[in-house]
Write a protein that binds this ligand. Structure first.
Ligand SMILES: Nc1ncnc2c1ncn2[C@@H]1O[C@H](COP(=O)(O)OP(=O)(O)OP(=O)(O)O)[C@@H](O)[C@H]1O
Ligand SMILES: [Mg+2]
Length: 330
C-alpha cells in the first residue's frame, strides 16, 4: 500500500510543483514506484513540468465522470506515473470518489505525491482528505511563512498529524531583516518539523520551461534527493548549500582580479627593466601616456558634443507636455 503525501503551501508559487516533481524523480531514481497526482484543478500542468510535453489525454475527473478507465489516465514517464488534474471544477469531485480511485491503484506504488493548488481551495481539501501525511513548502519570506501557517491549520483540520516543512529558495546571502527569515525563524513561525531545505537554483527556473527530465545534477536536485531519502525514513544530514552556479562565478571574479594584478605587475616590471637598462627613457613613457590620455579626452569631448547637438529642447518640452496630459487624462 502506497504512502500518500500531499504537498501544500499557503501562498502560490512557493515551489510545490517543482518540489513534487524533483522529489518524485528522485524517489523513482532510488528504485521506488512513484505516482504523482495533480490536484491543481484548472492550473496544473504536472505532465509538462515532469516530461516537457503535454502527455495527458485524460485526467482523474474523467474517471469520476465516466469518460475513461483508471488505467487510461495514468501516464508512465521516466519511471514516474502521472495523473493530471481536471481543467474545471465539478461538484461530482468528492474525496470519497477520489479515495476509491486511489484505493484501486495504490498497491502498484510505494509513494503517491499529491501536488495541490495554493491556498485552501477545493482541490487542496480533496488532496488533504486523501493523504496520509503532508509536506508544506514555504520560502523564507514573511508573507509566504504567514500563509504557510494557515495551510498547516487547514491540514490539521483535515485530520493530518504528520506534517513536515520544506524551506524552498533558501538563499544564504543575508537580506533585510523582518522581510526574510533565517531557518530557525521560519520553523518558529510555522511550528512544524523541518524535513529539508532547497536552495535557490537557476536550474529549477529553467526546468519550468523545459521539463524536469532535462535537468542535470544541481544543488536543488541534490536537496530533493536528500528529502526523498528522509521521506523513506533514512537519516540524512541537513545541507545548506547555495546554488552551485553562483560559486564558480565568485571564484572566476577572484581569478580574473589576480590575473589583472599579475599582468599589471609584469608590465611595471618590464618598464622598470627597460628604464634600468637604458632601453626606455622615462620621458618617452610620459610622452606616450600623456599623448594617449589627451587623445582619449578629445574623443570623449567629441562624443559629448555630438550627443548634445542631437538634443532639441523644444522637442523634449513638447514630448513631456503630451506625456503629462496623457497621464492626467486630458
Ligand atoms: N529552488 C528554486 N530555485 C529557483 N527557482 C525555483 C525554485 N523552486 C521553484 N522555483 C521557481 O518558482 C516558480 C514557482 O514554482 P512552482 O510552480 O513549483 O510553485 P507552485 O507552488 O507549484 O506554484 P502554484 O501555487 O502556482 O502552483 C517557478 O518558476 C519555479 O521554476
Ligand atoms: Mg503548482
Amino acid at each position: 500500500m502506497a504512502e500518500k503525501i500531499v504537498i501544500a503551501s499557503g501562498k502560490g508559487g512557493a515551489g510545490k510543483t517543482s518540489f513534487t516533481t524533483g522529489t518524485a524523480l528522485s524517489l523513482a531514481k532510488k528504485g521506488y514506484r512513484v505516482l504523482v497526482i495533480d490536484f491543481d484543478i484548472g492550473q496544473g500542468f504536472i505532465d509538462f513540468v515532469i516530461t516537457g510535453e503535454y502527455t495527458s489525454l485524460y485526467n482523474w475527473g474523467d474517471i469520476i465522470l465516466g469518460n475513461c478507465d483508471i488505467q487510461e489516465v495514468i501516464n508512465e514517464k521516466n519511471s514516474v506515473g502521472i495523473i493530471s488534474a481536471p481543467r474545471k471544477w465539478n461538484d461530482a469531485y468528492t474525496s470519497l470518489k477520489l479515495k476509491n480511485i486511489i484505493y484501486r491503484i495504490e498497491d502498484d506504488y510505494d509513494y503517491i505525491l499529491f501536488d495541490s493548488p495554493a491556498g485552501v481551495s477545493g482541490g487542496f481539501k480533496l488532496a488533504a482528505e486523501c493523504a496520509d501525511r503532508a509536506i508544506v513548502i514555504s520560502t523564507p519570506d514573511e508573507i509566504c511563512t504567514k500563509a504557510a501557517v494557515s495551510a498547516v491549520d487547514e491540514l490539521s483540520e483535515c485530520g493530518l498529524k504528520n506534517i513536515r516543512l520544506v524551506i524552498n529558495r533558501f538563499n544564504r546571502v543575508p537580506t533585510t531583516k523582518g522581510r526574510y527569515y533565517n531557518i530557525d525563524e521560519v520553523i518558529d513561525a510555522i511550528k512544524v518539523q523541518l524535513i529539508g531545505v532547497v536552495p535557490e537554483d537557476r536550474e529549477i527556473s529553467y526546468a519550468s520551461s523545459t521539463g524536469f527530465v532535462a535537468v542535470k545534477d544541481c544543488p536543488a536536485m541534490a536537496a530533493y534527493g536528500r528529502i526523498a531519502d528522509r521521506i523513506t525514513g533514512k537519516k540524512v544530514p541537513l545541507v545548506l548549500s547555495n546554488s552551485k552556479k553562483e560559486k564558480p562565478k565568485s571564484k572566476g571574479k577572484i581569478a580574473a582580479l589576480i590575473a589583472l594584478i599579475l599582468i599589471g605587475a609584469a608590465i611595471i616590471a618590464l618598464v622598470a627593466f627597460g628604464i634600468y637598462n637604458g632601453m626606455i627613457k622615462p620621458k618617452e613613457i610620459f610622452d606616450i601616456v600623456s599623448e594617449k590620455f589627451f587623445i582619449l579626452i578629445d574623443k570623449i569631448k567629441a562624443l559629448a558634443e555630438n550627443f548634445i547637438s542631437k538634443i532639441h529642447p523644444e522637442e523634449i518640452k513638447a514630448q513631456l507636455k503630451t506625456a503629462f496630459s496623457f497621464l492626467s487624462g486630458e
